[in-house]
Design a binder for this molecule. Structure first.
Ligand code: CP
Ligand code: NVA
Length: 305
């Protein structure tokens, strides 16, 4: 029987999310150490959308561990000329040991995983960004020494990052409050799943259209772009609606005094976050970005070992 494991959703880490974080913290101290299990192993990385952090962290991680990575642009592959995602998965499985896939459609990531015999990592799609969340909570653990019993506040668009953050907070036992305009709430099913998990873990999930309420007594304030990749046509409309959801000095006054500011990046200063906040003393966004490397290693080693 094929025992391969995929990471398509944060839910695929429901039993070991904190273990992955702890492993990544240990790997951060062993930056240039080869791992026998990664030697000669190949990561195939399919990117339908642009990327800085995800691409460079995955590739660097694989090479530093002792393996190799191949960047695959669908425009240069037969999948760009009509070969199916399923056949692409079947073929790549004969060459590489793990596949990462950044896709426009969540269904395509699921389809690739279903038809691959090697582990598939979701490197962001329209529904979730699971690997980002491991780095986010690794940063929280480094800065706050724990990942449970905190209040996470997410202000902005109820997008892929918000969906994954919801699941991560509930699984780890921290309250989460999402402040977003009506009509831009996180995915309904994910919200319901997060509420059920939160109940079991004695923490809370709240969604409000009041950004002040969302950040009240927050330990962590998180935001992301208002216009995600693939939504460019909605830019004008969204920028008008989201104005009062900017994370700025006025808004963060309602958080705990020692709050930290997270952003998955790339950031648009002056839109979802002010220069003052992202450049201020509470901001840990570049530690968070670096932790994408260490968590990429933790995830790859766990999947290929
Ligand atoms: N945060 C993140 O995934 O960044 P990239 O789009 O640069 O990979
Ligand atoms: N929500 C953003 C995240 C980028 C890392 C997007 O999908 O474009």
């Amino acid at each position: 029987m094929n025992m391969k494991r995929d990471i398509i959703s944060v839910l695929d880490m429901k039993d070991d999310l904190e273990d992955l974080i702890d492993l990544s913290i240990r790997l951060k101290k062993q930056r240039y150490q080869d791992f026998p299990s990664a030697k000669n192993r190949i990561l195939g990385m399919i990117f339908e959308k642009p990327s800085t952090r995800t691409r460079v962290s995955l590739e660097t991680a694989m090479v530093q561990l002792g393996g190799h990575a191949i960047y695959l642009n669908p425009n240069d592959m037969q999948v760009g000329r009509g070969e199916t995602v399923a056949d692409t998965g079947r073929v790549l499985s004969g060459f590489v040991d793990v596949i990462s896939y950044r896709a426009f459609k969540h269904e395509n990531v699921v389809e690739l995983a279903k038809n691959s015999t090697v582990p598939v990592i979701n490197a962001l799609d329209d529904l979730e960004h699971p690997v980002q969340i491991v780095a986010d909570f690794m940063t929280v653990k480094e800065k706050k020494t724990r990942v449970n019993g905190l209040k996470v506040s997410y202000v902005g668009d109820g997008n892929n990052v918000a969906n994954s953050l919801l699941l991560g907070s509930a699984l780890l036992g921290s309250d989460i409050s999402i402040g977003c305009p009506k009509g831009f709430e996180p995915n309904k099913e994910i919200l319901e799943t997060a509420r059920n998990i939160a109940k079991q873990n004695s923490c809370k999930v709240e969604v409000t259209d009041d950004p002040v309420k969302a950040v009240e007594s927050a330990d962590i304030i998180y935001t992301d772009v208002w216009v995600s990749m693939g939504e460019e046509k909605q830019r004008e409309q969204k920028e008008k609606i989201f104005g009062k959801y900017q994370v700025n000095s006025d808004l963060v006054q309602h958080a705990n005094r020692d709050f930290i500011f997270l952003h998955c990046l790339p950031a648009h200063r002056g839109l979802e976050v002010s220069d003052e906040v992202i450049g201020g003393v509470h901001s840990v966004v570049f530690d968070e970005a670096e932790n994408r490397l260490h968590t990429a290693k933790g995830i790859i080693l766990t999947l290929i070992s």
